[in-house]
Design a protein. Structure first.
Ligand SMILES: [Zn+2]
Length: 209
């Protein structure tokens, strides 16, 4: 494990709680409990360090494989979207849709690069399937990106002189605000989209008797 991810991984679920979580995924899928299934899949996908290859239970993967595949796909897509919002933001500053003046945009682009480097995003170049990278860790890091504090009271060429020396503020001067739209969790899956195999259903009915 690379040290850069240690702060992120402090939010990790333990192996035991992960097993319990996956047990809820399995049970809620088996008994078609939509709310519990949605909540458990959301929590597992949001906090997982990697792919769901098994549920850690003595249940053949092929029985619940469709659920695991969907969880893997949703998790990877969510992390991809979060990372892509960094490049979208950088592009917005460069093109001028974000930032109020040349200095503001330059400072924010530079800070964005520095914070990505500090978070390991540049050197690690995280790629799908984002092994050891939990969704919530990435979101937390981005929303904690340090925003530059600077004053533009010295009559910058592209801005008129301001009366006081208070820190610069504009609609895009805070990364916490820019990345506030990122969801703190991945939306859970709907149980109705996953069919319980016929043989499993029959066994369940026999057990019910
Ligand atoms: Zn500005």
């Amino acid at each position: 494990m690379l040290p850069i991810w240690k702060p992120v991984l402090s939010d990790d679920i333990t192996r035991k709680s992960f097993r319990n979580l996956m047990m809820i995924v399995w049970a809620s899928w088996f008994f078609r409990a939509d709310e519990q299934f949605k909540s458990a899949t959301s929590s597992a996908m949001t906090r997982s360090n990697g792919q769901f290859n098994s549920i850690g239970l003595p249940i053949p993967v092929k029985i619940i494989g469709g659920v695991l595949d969907a969880m893997n796909e949703a998790r990877v897509n969510a992390i991809q979207n979060v990372f892509s919002s960094i490049s979208v933001t950088t592009s917005a500053f460069i093109r001028g849709t974000y930032g109020c003046c040349f200095e503001c945009r330059s400072i924010m682009v530079g800070a964005l690069q520095l914070e990505q480097h500090a978070s390991g995003f540049l050197s690690l170049q995280p790629k799908s399937p984002y092994h050891k990278i939990p969704y919530i860790g990435v979101v937390n890091k981005m929303q904690a990106f340090k925003s530059p504090t600077w004053s533009d009271n010295k009559a910058l060429p592209s801005k008129p002189k301001q009366k006081d020396s208070s820190p610069h503020e504009c609609g895009h001067s805070s990364f916490a605000s820019i990345f506030s739209h990122l969801n703190s969790s991945i939306q859970g899956l709907e149980v109705v989209k996953f069919v319980v195999p016929v043989t499993t259903t029959l066994k369940r009915k026999q057990t019910d008797k």
